[in-house]
Design a protein around this ligand. Structure first.
Ligand SMILES: NC(=O)c1ccc[n+]([C@@H]2O[C@H](COP(=O)([O-])OP(=O)(O)OC[C@H]3O[C@@H](n4cnc5c(N)ncnc54)[C@H](OP(=O)(O)O)[C@@H]3O)[C@@H](O)[C@H]2O)c1
Length: 288
């Protein structure tokens, strides 16, 4: 049995749908099973059993993982993320899970300048010492998160950031789901780390030019200092402080570590990743 922790989320949900498309049954976990089941399309629901889980409660994790051989571990960022994922790993060890696919991030290192990535490093370390075969997926920024820019573009034709001319390796979350499903359904689980990027990296000036072209009106990029961006995200966009700090940290990282596309996705799945142009065209109504 394949169990999906974080099944209502961007990557967990995409993995569930990809598994269903492959005809593979899975068990989806969420804090609100009724809401989770209601969010699934018919084909996915037909292949999925939905169970409750609360990551702060080890007993609920052990119940949810009973009989599982493979686990997708992908959880929301937040102050409790590391503890929740460590709880899940302890339950996976107790339940005899044989293979964990962990959705991590780039720069998951002990001294990473990105706090969330330092947390991912701690989780990966625990997986390494657990004896469970582990595949770490390292996606870059999700294209889906660009939809957060849509209200500012629709209202004022402006994007705020602190990226300068730096490029980002945007990846479609549906490709992360396809990659995870591919790894989870292999007859022999393989460990290792898989960077996940799109086929081309884009700077904000390139992104706004592309959006302007698609929308038929100019979209401006306003380059701010890191502290100005932080204040903008908290005061104007209403982001919690920790999340604004995370956004600023990942933008700062992209300015000092060049992001270039990797062909690991193509090697894993045998096809090219989804493109940013196609994603924006599909979601253009959101930016109008
Ligand atoms: N966003 C990016 O651009 C990006 C880039 C690189 C890496 N990543 C990494 O990707 C990972 C996954 O991101 P995502 O966007 O797929 O996650 P997400 O959609 O924000 O959340 C995943 C799930 O976590 C579950 N969750 C939260 N608290 C829980 C709890 N107490 N008990 C049980 N479940 C709980 C939620 O399920 P319920 O609400 O249904 O319980 C939620 O659906 C993150 O760890 C992030 O660091 C993200």
């Amino acid at each position: 049995m394949i169990v999906i922790m974080g099944a209502s989320g961007a990557t967990g949900g995409a993995t569930l749908r990809s598994l269903a498309a492959l005809g593979a049954p899975s068990r989806a976990l969420g804090r609100d099973p009724a809401r989770l089941a209601a969010s699934l399309d018919e084909r996915t629901l037909a292949r999925t059993s939905v169970l409750p889980v609360e990551a702060s409660d080890p007993a609920s994790l052990r119940t949810a993982f009973r009989g599982a051989r493979r686990l997708l571990l992908t959880m929301a960022n937040g102050p409790q993320q590391v503890q929740y994922e460590l709880n899940a790993i302890e339950a996976a060890v107790d339940c005899g899970v044989e293979h964990v696919v962990k959705v991590s991030a780039p720069a998951a290192e002990p001294n990473s300048p990105v706090g969330v990535s330092r947390g991912h490093h701690l989780i990966e370390e625990r997986l390494r010492s657990s004896g469970i075969t582990t595949t770490v997926l390292r996606p870059y920024a999700f294209m889906q998160k660009l939809l957060l820019l849509a209200p500012g573009i629709a209202a004022a034709g402006v994007v705020h950031g602190a990226l300068g001319q730096a490029r980002c390796n945007y990846v479609d979350a549906r490709d992360i789901g396809d990659a995870a499903a591919e790894v989870l359904t292999r007859p022999e689980p393989a460990g290792g780390a898989v960077p996940l990027t799109g086929g081309r990296a884009y700077s904000y000036p390139e992104l706004t030019a592309l959006l302007g072209e698609l929308l038929g009106r100019p979209v401006r990029y306003l380059d701010l200092s890191p502290s100005e961006l932080h204040a903008h995200l908290v005061d104007r966009a209403g982001m919690p402080h920790w999340l604004a700090t995370h956004v600023v940290e990942i933008q700062q990282l992209a300015t000092v570590r060049e992001e270039t596309p990797d062909d690991a996705f193509r090697r894993l799945t045998g096809r090219a990743p989804r493109t940013l142009e196609a994603f924006l065209a599909e979601n253009l109504h959101r930016f109008r």
